[in-house]
Design a protein around this ligand. Structure first.
Ligand code: MG
Length: 384
């Protein structure tokens, strides 16, 4: 398929930090995606939590299935806008590689532990994984990905962190956070696909868990109009099939909304190439009406799901587990594998090690090091 003039083009990428010869059959963005799929960090995503802890049920999203859904939605939007699907796929599959075990609870706890040592931030950690922590190649650390993929992975970055990145990699992926420019259109798109994916699957998982009910969601315009549409076309539809049909229609409407709204902006701005698009305001967006609907949905999920007492109770335990693991390894680095124990930057080595853990490995290590079963007192979520 022909790419738009403003699409990212692998042959015009700023390239890799360590130059590598081209290969037959695959361009650089396709190679990036393949490296990500074969990485150790990618396989760990299967046992990392999104909202629900891994042991709460087998059918909840994990970071792996979330990342696959982001890639699927992202590719659909990229196709609709003649943007680079392979770049979108690579960014989507890598975007959560830096997440700690136990979702945001783990990240918050680790950030607290690292307060005196430069903090911890999962976007920055995703970049660390692909730049430094994966150890698979003879000539360099990390996966040596293209600039464009790395740029997309670093979705947010504080000014302080950007300055530090800029110091080691002048004019690199930290630069845009200092000069206020934007990432490639493919990176903007993947960001939005991430949002579309988790809004939809958190509804599904929320209802599956019993913590959220369809009745609570009916007040949302985004849910209401698709419930009405689904029941108009299938009057007998009820229960989970009705929910699935609502979610399917929601996803479809949001994808088309992004494509239509962004097509309009792209046609008006007509960036001559991918680099010009980085200097323009964000061009991949929802329509204002859909943005409002999406914000309302997010607010509801925050209030009724992410802050549900049962979720809060589990995340409080998860925070304790992460903090106690951090303290234990900091006090006895020899409890970690040799490559982490031998590092001079001890606190960062501990953070890297703990961040890489899956939910169940962290739980097991915590039991080994403290003799306590942290989650034993928490009633498990309703099994699907
Ligand atoms: Mg995500």
């Amino acid at each position: 398929m022909a790419l738009a003039a403003y699409a990212s083009d692998a042959s015009r990428s700023r390239g890799r930090r360590h130059a590598e010869p081209a290969v037959r059959l695959r361009d650089d963005f396709q190679r990036d995606r393949d490296r990500i799929v074969h990485s150790t960090a990618f396989r760990r995503l299967v046992y990392k939590t999104q909202v629900f802890i891994n042991h709460e049920g087998d059918l909840f999203r994990t970071r792996l299935t979330h990342s696959l859904e982001v890639a699927q939605l992202g590719r659909a939007i990229a196709r609709g806008l003649s943007l680079n699907e392979d770049l979108v796929e690579g960014i989507a599959l890598a975007h959560d590689l830096g997440h700690t075990p136990f979702g945001h609870a783990g990240q918050d706890a680790l950030h607290d532990c690292m307060r005196e040592h430069g903090g911890f931030e999962h976007n920055l950690q995703s970049l660390r994984v692909v730049d430094a922590l994966e150890a698979r190649y003879p000539d360099f650390d990390g996966l040596n990905l293209s600039f464009d993929t790395r740029e997309g992975i670093l979705k947010h970055c504080s000014r302080r962190d950007a300055e530090q990145l800029e110091a080691v990699e002048p004019n690199g992926v930290g630069r845009r956070f200092l000069d206020g420019t934007r990432p490639s259109l493919e990176a903007q798109l993947t960001n939005l696909a991430d949002e579309i994916a988790y809004n939809a699957h958190d509804i599904d998982d929320g209802v599956r868990s019993g913590l959220l009910s369809l009745a609570q969601l009916e007040g949302l315009p985004l849910v209401q109009r698709h419930q009405q549409g689904a029941l108009r076309d299938h009057p007998a539809l009820a229960g989970r099939r009705l929910l699935f049909e609502i979610i399917r229609r929601m996803l479809s409407e949001q994808i088309h909304d992004v494509i239509d709204a962004s097509s309009g902006l792209l046609a008006a701005a007509a960036p001559a190439d991918a680099q010009t698009a980085r200097r323009l305001p964000a061009l991949i967006t929802f329509s204002p009406a859909m943005q409002a609907d999406s914000t309302e949905l997010k607010r509801l999920l925050m209030r009724h799901l992410y802050r549900h007492p049962q979720v809060m109770q589990t995340t409080a335990v998860a925070r304790t587990v992460v903090r106690e693991l951090f303290d234990a390894y900091l006090a006895s680095p020899c409890e970690m594998p040799d490559d982490f124990a031998a590092r001079d930057d001890r606190a960062r080595a501990v953070a890297d090690y703990v961040a890489g853990m899956t939910d169940r490995f962290a739980t097991r290590e915590h039991r080994r090091l403290t003799g306590r079963d942290a989650f034993a007192v928490v009633p498990p979520g309703t099994s699907p």
